[in-house]
Design a protein around this ligand. Structure first.
Ligand code: SR1
Ligand code: MG
Length: 430
């Protein structure tokens, strides 16, 4: 891997990218053939960056370059290029902790905010597969391994206090990306904000309810505080199904540019929220009643397995020998100490579950009323039908956020989702 620090930032469009890659001997050899014959396509459909696929006679690579602004909005919303540095740092750490679950890094240029990675082929963005009703048999085992290992091994359960604080410091500068989350997820959907949007006019009433609901405002503010002030572990920070690439036999987690030390439930909740949205949106994609029943059953099973699999793997790592400075073994001697520590582990997981439920709810609401929506709902053409599926998701999310304690187990969450599948909301407008 090279780490070129020379030269100033410039946006590399096709011709400049071709010249740049041709100048890197390793990548030129990997791509193969005459650089003039390389096929270069810009494929970025995310909210922030340029993404190119480059294919040569021998092989291909993916190239990601950060833009100095938010792509979704334009130059009026500047955003630091340093996010490419944090993404590279996070990917490097994740590659150590969960090898084969992230793309292989091939090159990084700090000044150009550019990273070259293994081309994931024939992988697709998981969200697209879920919209099509595809089931992914490897997904829950892989994503739970990814989360258990990246969260456990960057936490105080596995690290010395000094290592942990070094880790926090290394990512502390990524605050502009945290601020996006703090505004777009934890504040804007609950107040008047220029960039908010929803399926109008059907959801106008629900949007107004969200702005008046003080119990919800307390709940989302507690979650916001937890997000800002609980550096439990190195988070991916944006672990939705658009940040996961899949085939039926492989899973790769991409795009950790929002990485920072935060509360573990934020990552786990992101995965659950996006599966739950895929579940609710599914009704809007069926061409005949019941057509996607098997898919929907798989999604709810996946919701359950994501939590139980994650919790089981995380606990296994902890029981196998936690070398971190938290819970010193000398305080838990003998059989009685071991039993007390095990009870404490269970209590720890119960608290983490409650955080996960709350963050999952926040992630659902932001996709229905905030700036950044997702294709699960957006591709439902009939707005009334889209609004119905969204209203079901919001009803569950409000309960998860305000009555979090009522969801003691993941089966409580899937049970509530199942009950809402055919609920017909009434809309005051439309
Ligand atoms: C302005 S960025 C909007 C969203 O895109 C990213 O994927 C994050 O989820 C962010 O909140
Ligand atoms: Mg992204």
């Amino acid at each position: 891997m090279t780490g070129d620090r020379a030269g100033d930032y410039r946006i590399l469009h096709e011709a400049a990218l071709r010249d740049y890659l041709a100048g890197l001997a390793d990548l030129k050899a990997l791509l193969g053939g005459d650089p003039a014959s390389w096929a270069i396509t810009e494929v970025g459909d995310g909210n922030l960056n340029l993404v190119f696929i480059v294919k040569g006679a021998r092989g291909g690579v993916a190239v990601k370059q950060a833009l100095p602004y938010v792509r979704l909005v334009g130059e009026s919303w500047p955003l630091p290029l340093s996010r490419a540095h944090y993404e590279f740092l996070a990917l490097s750490r994740q590659a150590q902790l969960a090898p084969s679950l992230v793309p292989v890094l091939l090159h990084h240029n700090e000044k150009l905010a550019l990273t070259v990675m293994e081309l994931l082929e024939p992988h697709i963005i998981m969200r697209k597969g879920l919209v099509a009703g595809t089931r992914y048999p490897r997904f829950t085992d892989d994503i739970t391994t990814f989360m258990a290992r990246t969260l456990f091994f960057t936490s105080d359960l596995a690290l010395s206090a000094a290592e942990k604080k070094e880790g926090i410091a290394a990512f502390a500068g990524n605050h502009a990306l945290c601020k996006i989350t703090e505004d777009l997820i934890f504040a804007d959907p609950y107040r008047i904000a220029e960039q908010n949007r929803w399926t109008a006019p059907y959801l106008d009433g629900l949007a107004a309810d969200l702005r008046d609901d003080l119990e919800l405002h307390v709940a989302i503010s507690r979650l916001k505080l937890k997000f800002m002030a609980s550096p439990e572990a190195l988070l991916h920070g944006d672990l939705h199904t658009g940040s996961i690439m899949v085939t039926e036999s492989q899973t790769r987690v991409i795009d950790p540019e929002f990485a920072f030390y935060g509360p573990m439930g934020f990552d786990v909740g992101a995965v659950l929220a996006n599966l739950l949205m895929a579940y609710f949106a599914s009704a809007g994609h069926e061409r005949a009643p019941g057509e996607r029943q098997a898919f929907e059953g798989w999604v709810l099973d996946a919701v359950e397995q994501v939590w139980t699999g994650f919790a089981g793997k995380f606990l296994d790592l902890w029981r196998a020998g936690a070398a971190g400075d938290a819970y010193p073994p000398s305080l838990f001697p003998g059989e009685k100490g071991a039993a007390r520590l095990e009870a404490e582990r269970q209590a720890y997981m119960q608290r983490l579950f409650a955080d996960t439920v709350g963050f999952a709810a926040a992630k659902i609401i932001r996709r229905i009323f905030g700036l950044a929506h997702n294709i699960d709902f957006e591709l439902i053409e009939d707005p009334r039908q889209r609004a119905s599926t969204e209203a079901r998701a919001v009803r569950l999310a409000r309960a998860m956020m305000v009555e979090t304690g009522a969801f003691r187990t993941i089966a409580n969450v899937t049970g509530a989702a199942r009950k809402l599948r055919d609920w017909q909301p009434e809309f005051a407008n439309g």
